[in-house]
Design a protein around this ligand. Structure first.
Ligand code: DUC
Ligand code: ZN
Ligand code: ZN
Ligand code: ZN
Length: 457
């Protein structure tokens, strides 16, 4: 049982248009859209002046992940409450295979973390950190379980795959029809630069970007694309941060390769001077690191021109206390930042509000493209008859100031603290259920696991 709602006089946003229309929601689905709808049984909600986006999809979160001898501050309970508050109705989290474990075990672990606790719909990518025959076999099983995307890391001791393993994993991927997202950074360069920094006693957070330069990212992207070309398979470069890496992707595309790219709000809006300037620079340590300011416009331009297809968050949150583990040694700072709560309002304020993006482009970046890329479309990613009634109602006139004091994220700082927002998330429907109202979570733990199909972008 779910309530019947009639949303009157809103403006729908899709990937290619904006249209004034009413929408009738029934049995978790969009029942009808069009002008002047009426239904005596429906609860009528006036959304005049509001933009209705298909519920946003965050295809890059790390909830309850063990890293660097600690565990992320947000689990599925807190992380997905933050998600819906920010208009995100589906997250795809990284189920992670720990070394020695099967993919089945990893999937079971992630279901235990998420099932019954999630306030938005959810799925998992499977992060492969232990390549062997059993892993190859298990990948087929993952596809049957609706886990149709995988993640590979080219760095991080606990998760790194070498070129041999990446090549073999992509070959298997081609056979089973999965899609692969890859964390691209050259581990050897990072290790060497880190050793040097340590020898010099260069241990502050400001050393972090110096040991993970743009070139380490661009090299890894280049190597990945060379391997993918040999295998003849599309790949996704996740959390792209810089011009050099985007140039490598463009070159590959010009030679006929299919490559997708994702970036994140922190790379569009923050820069590496934070590590130097701020006493709490460690709170901004993530990998790849924040870059020089000049890369920001390159990334915005990439979004505008369609060279970058999605904006996800890489939400990987730690408390100030956890970040303080690396106070005297940047190599001990757990990497990652919170962000699942603020992605849409930031993209609206700094993208649409500042004229860099149209609402339609924002819809593509946050809803339609991730839905297609990860096999959720047209159940998710659009507001059409028959699709899931996942709707983010955005008030373009709404104003707010981001602060840790009011956030749902289970963290005691906010990377965007004090930032003014114009364009707030007023209401959110998750499969026809009103889950946030007036910017507050009013119904939690309504999320369900979504089995995904093959990618189709
Ligand atoms: N980078 C981060 O900053 N955190 C989680 C994983 C990653 O790749
Ligand atoms: Zn099976
Ligand atoms: Zn990563
Ligand atoms: Zn990540």
């Amino acid at each position: 049982f779910s309530m019947k709602y009639l949303l009157k006089n809103g403006t729908f946003v899709s990937g290619d248009q904006m249209k004034k229309a009413d929408v009738l929601i029934e049995n978790e689905k969009i029942a009808k859209t069009g002008p002047d709808l009426n239904d005596p049984e429906a609860v009528v909600i006036d959304v005049t002046g509001k933009l209705l986006f298909p519920g946003f999809i965050d295809a890059h979160t790390h909830f309850q992940l063990e890293v660097a001898g600690t565990v992320t501050a947000d689990n599925f309970d807190t992380g997905t409450r933050a998600a819906i508050k920010g208009g995100t109705t589906t997250v795809i989290d990284f189920a992670t295979q720990y070394k020695g474990e099967t993919l089945e075990k990893a999937l079971e672990n992630w279901h235990m973390r998420a099932d019954g606790r999630s306030s938005c719909d959810y799925s998992f990518h499977m992060a492969i950190s232990d390549w062997n025959e059993q892993t190859a076999e298990s990948m087929e099983h993952m596809m049957e379980e609706g886990i149709t995307s995988f993640k590979l890391y080219m760095t991080y001791q606990d998760m790194i795959l070498n070129d041999h393993d990446i090549f073999m994993a992509l070959r298997k991927m081609k056979e089973i029809g999965g899609i692969t997202g890859v964390h691209c950074e050259n581990a050897g360069m990072i290790d060497a630069l880190t050793e040097e920094a340590k020898k010099r006693g260069d241990l502050g957070a400001d050393a972090h970007p110096r040991v993970r330069p743009d070139g380490a990212e661009a090299e890894a992207v280049n190597r990945l694309l060379a391997i993918a070309k040999e295998v003849d398979i599309p790949v996704i470069v996740v959390h792209l941060t810089c011009r050099e890496a985007l140039d490598v992707i463009e070159r590959a595309r010009n030679s006929g390769q299919t490559v997708f790219a994702e970036t994140c709000p922190q790379y569009l809006l923050l820069d590496e001077s934070f590590y130097e300037r701020r006493e709490d620079g460690r709170n901004y340590v993530c990998s790849p690191p924040l870059r020089k300011k000049e890369h920001q416009e390159v990334l915005w331009e990439g979004l505008r021109t369609g060279k970058i297809q999605t904006v996800s968050t890489d939400h990987c949150s730690f408390t100030v206390e956890q970040k303080n583990m690396g106070k005297d040694d940047f190599t001990r700072i757990p990497n990652g930042m919170p962000g699942v709560e603020t992605r849409a309002v930031l993209l609206y304020t700094y993208g649409v509000g500042s004229g860099r993006l149209t609402p339609q482009q924002m819809c593509r970046l946050l809803s339609e493209n991730p839905a297609k890329l990860y096999g959720l479309y047209p159940e998710k990613g659009c507001i059409i008859e028959g699709s899931d009634a996942d709707i983010a109602v955005l008030d373009p006139e709404g104003e707010d100031i981001i602060t840790a004091r009011t956030q749902e994220q289970n963290v005691d700082y906010a990377p965007f603290e004090g930032i003014k927002i114009k364009g707030t998330i007023d209401k959110v429907f998750l499969r026809g259920c009103l889950v946030t109202d007036g910017g507050r979570v009013v119904k939690e733990k309504q999320g369900k696991f979504i089995k995904r199909g093959p990618h189709m972008l």
